[in-house]
Ligand binder design. Structure first.
Ligand SMILES: [Mg+2]
Length: 366
């Protein structure tokens, strides 16, 4: 290991990025909270007859059960599979817990989902020299506070950190040093690159590109010509180079309201009526606190518990209650016709600042 290694802690311009990923998150939470599910193949989401699997326990994965797999297929591959309803409120609460643990080490946290985040720990709040030790601390604390395990990837950029977190899963961690980076990518099948989906992978294969090495042998011009805007990204990651910064979440605060209906709804007019009290509640809060915001988010939870969110940001802060309603309604209208009946609607306003103040600047304050 050289002195510029992200894991040696020597002063260097090399970044230290950690990718933390909870292990089989939803399924592990269900097994934690219900001892009868432990050691058994569990699928969260869907049901034996319909829907898709949102998450599978490791016992289920042994039978080939994967997330996004139709429940019917999953049940065929694993006849003893136990389907469990998701409890997103519980997952969200745990997600907040683990983010608080991350925040003990760095303010530069970029959540990817409820159970995954990038952390830039190049400069960290506790002055721990080795990123691998920070990852060990975080994983131990997550285990102690939530009873759940997480895996970590440690590297000098986001792309490699994410690759690394998969390498010792579950409940493990792996470091990819700058010396190892290019070789690590070289043999990797293109379909395993984060950001290369099945369609792009198929296109690459058709062009004779099967591994990182195959991409690396191409010119930037060739990659641009065949993959447009993404060409340069592929060109550089095939060399282990990824300059994307870890983006701390800019939305610091939001105010929101939501409501679960007594019966599921699918008509636009009925849903629009349900939006009104939510808009009232959000706006009352804005008036009471003097906060103003410019990003409106609509949350829709369908009858099968699938959740989608749609946001729209306007240039200046939303000026009044009716504007807020108009924006929220517009987001709803854009989703019509809905694929499924709706169980819950939520409205929130974010990118908040106090009335009369200009937008706060993001401070990375290390
Ligand atoms: Mg995960």
């Amino acid at each position: 290991m050289s002195e510029s290694d992200p894991t040696t802690g020597e002063p260097s311009p090399v970044r230290k990025i950690i990718h933390i990923d909870m292990d089989a998150f939803y399924a592990s939470v269900e097994q934690r909270d219900n001892p009868e599910l432990r050691g058994k193949p569990v699928a969260v989401g869907g049901s034996a007859e319909r829907g898709v699997v949102a998450a599978a326990s490791y016992e289920a994965r042994r039978f080939g059960v994967r997330s996004a797999m139709p429940s019917v297929t999953a049940k065929r591959q694993c006849p003893d599979l136990i389907f469990v309803r998701p409890r997103f409120e519980v997952y969200k609460a745990i997600s907040r817990q683990i983010r608080d643990i991350f925040a003990e080490h760095t303010p530069v946290i970029e959540p990817l989902s409820l159970d995954e985040a990038y952390l830039d720990v190049t400069e960290n709040l506790q002055g721990i020299p080795l990123a691998r030790d920070i990852a060990l601390n975080i994983r131990a604390k997550i285990k102690a506070e939530t009873g759940l395990t997480a895996s970590a990837g440690i590297s000098y950029n986001k792309f490699l950190a994410k690759l690394a977190s998969d390498h010792r899963k579950p409940n493990g961690q792996f470091v990819i040093s700058p010396e190892m980076g290019p070789a690590f990518v070289e043999t990797l099948p293109v379909g395993k690159f984060h950001g290369i989906g099945p369609a792009t992978a198929a296109k690459m294969n058709a062009l004779g590109l099967f591994t990182g090495r195959d991409i690396r042998n191409q010119s930037l011009e060739f990659m641009n010509a065949n993959f447009g805007k993404s060409g340069a990204y592929y060109y550089w990651i095939s060399r282990g180079v990824d300059e994307r910064p870890v983006r701390a979440n800019r939305i610091r605060k939001s105010v929101g309201a939501e409501n679960t209906f007594s019966t599921d709804i699918d008509a636009f007019d009925a849903l629009a009526v349900e939006l009104r009290p939510l808009v009232d509640k959000v706006w009352r809060h804005c008036e009471a606190t003097g906060n103003r915001g410019r990003t409106v988010t609509l949350k829709i939870k369908f009858a099968d518990f699938e959740i989608i969110t749609r946001s729209r940001s306007v240039a200046a802060a939303v000026a009044g209650r009716d504007d807020l309603e108009r924006l929220a309604c517009g987001l709803l209208e854009a989703e019509m016709p809905l694929p499924k009946r709706v169980r819950l609607l939520g409205v929130s306003l974010s990118s908040l600042h106090a009335a009369g103040e200009s937008e706060p600047q993001l401070t990375l304050g290390i």
